[in-house]
Design a protein around this ligand. Structure first.
Ligand SMILES: *[C@@H]1O[C@H](CO)[C@@H](O)[C@H](O)[C@H]1NC(C)=O
Ligand SMILES: *[C@@H]1O[C@H](CO)[C@@H](O)[C@H](O)[C@H]1NC(C)=O
Length: 340
């Protein structure tokens, strides 16, 4: 008996009719069975490959040599790595490295089921023209509710867009629906809730000498209670803060006081004229008075923890992300040492 098993062998097979090329990987199978192709005359690996070549969405097929069954994978997952499986043959349309999928289109509907498509700039040895693969998207209901954008992600929202969310506070109180921007691409695999405010711009500050004498109260686009509820229901949160300075110290070494600081959420409920204690840190790190450059040891002079504390005649900048969820959002920004 002559048993010949080809393992890990890939051969190119030219099919005259369609001018398509295929690679065959023996004893291998890609995940996802796909559509089963049957023929009254029976199916061989050749006819399976041929069928795949004439189905516009097929670029890989699984053929079970043992039961002579052919499955066409229409999911567009041509690149998936095959796993070892005896008697199966992975039939791939053209060479993987010749496929170059364009990004998915946006879903045709925002809810209750649309479709999205993608095409590939076709392989140089594949003359069938652009191949398009199609899949269903946004199959959740239009009346569904979620508490933050990651809730939409879980439901299957793919495209970044404004969306309604209904936050629930940490005490379990259901808040009214608000519209936010859901960024579904920024952080791979997570739905990010973006909350805007009126401080997303540079403001020139001059003539405020006493520490904290300049104040900027941040107004968010949605109610403060909603902002807090969204932060509490999120796993990570960050807010950018930047102070560009020229001869304006953050930490006044003489009187041992912060000139420039922000205040955390606990100060939001203090009366307007009441003293708002600064957060003890400038960028959300628990180290006192430490800016981003002080943590990463990249300050422009080695004896300071904030670039602005160099306090000379050059424009300098301290900036970074506050990541302490319990402190966010930033309620107000205060500054001093800008008097002369
Ligand atoms: C969605 O809500 C609207 C208005 O409340 C209602 O008329 C409609 O029947 C709801 N649709 C579904 C699918 O529940
Ligand atoms: C918020 O700021 C207050 C006042 O400085 C401080 O006591 C408190 O610890 C801060 N909260 C958080 C979570 O950092």
């Amino acid at each position: 008996m002559n048993v010949c098993i080809l393992i890990f062998a890939a051969i190119k097979l030219a099919l005259g009719l369609s001018d398509n090329y295929f690679s065959m990987e023996y004893n291998k199978r890609v995940s996802g069975d796909g559509y089963q192709y049957k023929s009254v005359n029976g199916v061989t690996e050749i006819s399976c490959a041929y069928k795949c070549s004439v189905e516009i969405n097929c670029c890989v097929a699984n053929f079970d040599a043992h039961s002579q069954m052919c499955y066409l994978d229409m999911s567009g997952s041509c690149y998936s790595a095959p796993s070892h499986e005896k008697s199966w043959i992975t039939i791939r349309r053209a060479r993987e490295d010749l496929f170059n999928w364009a990004p998915w289109s946006r879903c045709s509907k925002t809810c209750e089921g649309g479709i999205r498509t993608r095409s590939h700039q076709h392989a140089t040895i594949d003359n069938t023209g652009d191949v398009t693969s199609v899949e269903n998207c946004h199959i959740f209901g239009c009346n569904d509710t979620v508490i933050n954008c990651n809730g939409w992600k879980t439901k299957g929202l793919l495209d970044s867009q404004t969306a309604l969310i209904e936050p629930i506070t940490s005490n379990g109180i259901q808040l009214q629906a608000v519209e936010v921007y859901c960024d579904m691409e920024m952080e791979n695999g997570v739905g990010v809730t973006v909350i805007d405010h009126d401080g997303e711009r540079d403001v020139y500050v001059h003539g405020y000498e006493p520490h904290g004498s300049y104040s900027f109260i941040v107004t968010y686009d949605i109610p403060f209670e909603h902002v807090v509820a969204i932060i509490d229901s999120s796993q990570f949160c960050r807010q950018f803060v930047r102070w560009k300075c020229k001869g304006a110290q953050i930490w006044d070494i003489g009187i041992q006081k912060l000139n420039t600081y922000w205040t955390n959420r606990s100060t939001a409920y203090l009366a307007t004229n009441e003293y708002k204690p600064p957060s003890e840190f400038f960028h959300g790190y628990e180290e006192r008075r430490t800016c981003e450059c002080g943590i990463s040891q990249t300050c422009q002079q080695s004896n300071v923890l904030c670039n602005c504390d160099i306090n000379d005649d050059s424009w300098r900048s301290d900036e970074g992300y506050v990541t302490n969820k319990d402190a966010l959002p930033i309620v107000a920004f205060f500054a001093g040492d800008t008097g002369n």
